[in-house]
Write a protein that binds this ligand. Structure first.
Ligand code: MG
Length: 265
């Protein structure tokens, strides 16, 4: 099932996406509005709205975003760094999240904004110290994310709170796909285009540390809550975004996350 969060006429709701296309631009997709919120048993209301009539929001209501760096060897290489032996994590604040179709406002404190296409894992239940064999039980689903980075600021500042934490630094969506198991999610094509031109193309099978490794690693240290998001790293090909660019992250079997970069007004 594909679970979206959206607003329509000033109301916010979750809905199940119905239709065959994996693209958000298909006018035939509709949302069956969910009674309450997902993550546990829920009912569909049967009240349907066309996807084209809503504004998609980040499809999660999480407490935190834990992102992993340099988890694809080719990207570690292009950054001029070594492949880390153990996974290494950093935070992005939840205020950095925007939905598919929302604008990325080019921040005033950077001159080098970069895209990073990433598979996002959405957590479905409160958990800590998750053993490897239980990881599948704590995952709610998967979505696309863009770990937008102020690269010049990242180089200058030891901690990446500003470089990767500004408002709009975490486009996520268009929806959460709940129908993939870990094996399937670990072998998906992941692509980033800018203005239709391919910039990144890889596979989630190229991750150095697996989805299981990452969840074991983060939950050794902290409790995860329903709706929390784990960003799993980006393949090679990261590069600049300019005002006016349209950046799209497509993950096979999930969908396409599209955002336009606009000037600060
Ligand atoms: Mg990243």
């Amino acid at each position: 099932m594909r679970i979206a969060r959206f607003s329509i006429d000033g109301n916010v709701a979750f809905g199940a996406v119905e239709g065959d296309s994996s693209t958000a631009t298909d006018g035939e997709l509709v949302l069956d509005i969910i009674k309450g919120i997902p993550y546990a048993d829920f009912e569909l209301s049967g009240v349907k709205v066309p996807l084209s009539k809503v504004r998609l929001l980040p499809p999660v209501l999480g407490n935190k975003i834990v992102a992993f760096g340099r988890n694809y060897a080719d990207h570690a290489k292009e950054m001029g760094g070594e492949v880390p032996e153990a996974p290494f994590a950093f935070f992005k604040p939840t205020t950095s999240m925007i939905g598919s179709g929302d604008a990325i406002v080019y921040p005033g404190f950077t001159e080098e904004l970069h895209h990073e296409a990433e598979l996002a894992v959405v957590i479905g239940r409160m958990c800590r110290e998750v053993p490897r064999e239980r990881v599948k039980d704590v995952i709610y689903g998967y979505t696309c994310a863009n770990d937008i980075t102020a690269r010049d600021v990242q180089r200058r500042e030891k901690q990446w709170a500003r470089a990767k934490g500004f408002d709009g630094a975490c486009p996520i969506g268009p929806w959460v796909e709940t129908g993939l198991d870990i094996a399937a999610a670990s072998d998906l094509a992941i692509q980033c285009t800018v203005n239709g031109e391919q910039r990144q193309l890889g596979s989630t099978s190229q991750m150095i540390h697996s989805i299981e490794d990452l969840i074991v690693n983060v939950t050794e240290a902290m409790t995860l809550l329903p709706g929390d998001v784990i960003l799993t790293g980006t393949p090679a090909g990261v590069g600049p975004l300019n005002v006016g660019d349209e950046v799209a992250v497509t993950i096979q079997g999930i969908g396409t996350l599209t955002n336009k970069v606009i000037k600060r007004g």
